[in-house]
Design a protein around this ligand. Sequence first.
Ligand SMILES: C[S@@+](CC[C@H](N)C(=O)[O-])C[C@H]1O[C@@H](n2cnc3c(N)ncnc32)[C@H](O)[C@@H]1O
Length: 261
Amino acid sequence: MTIERPPEFFFEIFDASLPRLGPGDEASTTRALHTLLAAMSRGGNGGVGRPMRILDIGCGNGAQTICLAQHVDGSILAMDNHPPFLDELQRRAAAAGVSAKIQVALRDMHSLTKDDGPFDVVWSEGALFIMGFREGLAACGALLPPGGGLAVSELAWLRSDPPADCRRFWAEEYPAMTSIAANLATIEGCGYEVIEHFVQPESAWWEPYYHPLEQRLAPLRKQYAADAEKLALIESLQKEIDVHRQYPAFCGNVFYVMRRR
Ligand SMILES: C[S@@+](CC[C@H](N)C(=O)[O-])C[C@H]1O[C@@H](n2cnc3c(N)ncnc32)[C@H](O)[C@@H]1O
């Protein structure tokens, strides 16, 4: 996803009916959650002694929100700035029987302040980069008490020797992308203790994200064959998929599970 407000056509591609809007899977969300709750306390529910308050930043259509709701005793504030994603999240939550645990907030994540907190846990899959990784970590820190939990996923270079084609593509699409070691140092520098980090499996890119996205691109490419601007966006997304297909070992989606010191 791009950082500036995307053109309307972007949302014709990223329709709310897609399974999810970035790489990820239920196994990774539950792994991160259980690691975090275990670290926060040896007792149940993160040891907060009452229902937890969780904030999910850039929740999209809610794949991880619903998973969290299914595994915790508490409430989740699901925040996004695109109304159709929040509508779809609410439909999915109702179908999963977890509506009572989820509230949605149509908000720009940049507007979050200390007064929105505190939360026991802040969650953000594939969305913190929108504020900037470091800035996002700092913004989350203001919403958490000492010992509060934070789990985020973020793209990273997995190797320092990407082929030129792969390096060029990501240098344009996400120039701030860096190594896992650099992100771990940033996390520590922002006042968090890292509990665990792990690279999400390759299947988390394909089954819920790239395969359905690629299926959407094919008819849109035909429909907009005469529209250079729309075609350029379609082909840039196709290029991202092709680069990952060709060079899966170089760029990964990494989960970082941490507590505020
Ligand atoms: C890559 S998607 C990730 C969505 C979801 N977490 C997932 O993994 O499927 C990023 C999400 O951030 C949302 N977003 C983008 N800019 C935002 C902003 N300024 N404030 C709030 N949400 C934003 C997008 O609408 C989108 O749902």
